[in-house]
Write a protein that binds this ligand. Structure first.
Ligand code: ZN
Ligand code: FE
Length: 255
């Protein structure tokens, strides 16, 4: 079965990713029901399920409405309050999506929220607000150590894995990457590529794990230039990857 993954735009900069065959669709993080309903009506696709990465309203606002309207299962993190949650997931669980012939694996990625999960399989990663292109989520509920461990898990996926995150933050993330990793030509190349995509009205996504490893400063805390820029910004030594990552995250919060 040929599966397409297409972005449904919501709010200012959210993407509700829609995995679809020629008959069925599964949406990830539907923060708003209206654009999803419009997409389903205009394509005559049948909604077969809803995947949720974490509890924030811009990811869950349309879940209850869509789940009851289309009578479909809601998959989401076991430890967070998700409206209409039918299948509570934690790392090691698998999500069967028989309508699409797919099975996705669940990865625990705490940091942005305490119970955040990601979905991985068939060369795709749905990373929610954990891994963005050229960035990572803010630490609302977790520690830098948790987020670094979560990002390390995602960074270890096969390099060709396509990364579908929930926000179009690539340009502003790359502006920070220019400051944190100033000698890296991959940052400029990604900026050019992103500008071309956005000017054409297309998303900058999906990215890939392999590409992120070349320009995402939050995956590059072990790089000597990134480490020295973090230490310079901190005004004190950042002796290990965790110290570098911690400084990068708090620097980005005020960048
Ligand atoms: Zn969030
Ligand atoms: Fe979000």
């Amino acid at each position: 079965m040929l599966i397409d993954v297409i972005p449904i735009r919501a709010f200012r900069d959210n993407y509700i990713w829609c995995l679809q065959s020629d008959a069925d669709a599964v949406v990830v993080d539907p923060g708003d029901a209206t654009p999803v309903r419009k997409h389903l009506e205009s394509t005559a696709l049948r909604l077969a399920g809803i995947l949720v990465t974490h509890h924030h309203a811009d990811h869950t606002g349309g879940v209850a409405e869509l789940a009851s309207e289309y009578n479909v299962p809601v998959f989401g993190p076991a430890t967070e309050a998700i409206p209409g949650l039918g299948r509570a997931l934690r790392e090691g669980d698998v999500v069967p999506l028989p309508a699409l012939g797919l099975t996705l694996a669940v990865i625990d990625v705490p940091g942005h929220t305490a119970g955040h999960i990601a979905y991985h399989g068939h060369g795709m990663l749905f990373s929610g607000d954990t891994l963005f292109s050229a960035g990572c989520g803010r630490l609302f509920e977790g520690t830098p150590a948790q987020m670094l461990a979560s990002l390390d898990k995602l960074a270890a996926l096969p390099p060709e894995t396509r990364v579908y995150c929930t926000h179009e933050y690539t340009t502003s993330n790359l502006r920070f990457a220019k400051a944190a990793d100033p000698l890296n030509p991959a940052v400029d190349a990604r900026l050019d590529q992103t500008r071309v995509a956005l000017e054409a009205g297309a998303p900058s996504l999906p990215s890939t794990i392999g590409a992120e490893l070349t320009f995402n400063p939050f995956l590059r805390a072990g790089d000597p230039v990134v480490a020295s820029m973090a230490a310079r910004h901190a005004g004190h030594p950042t002796p290990d990857r965790l110290a570098v990552f911690t400084e990068l995250r708090s620097w980005k919060d005020v960048f």
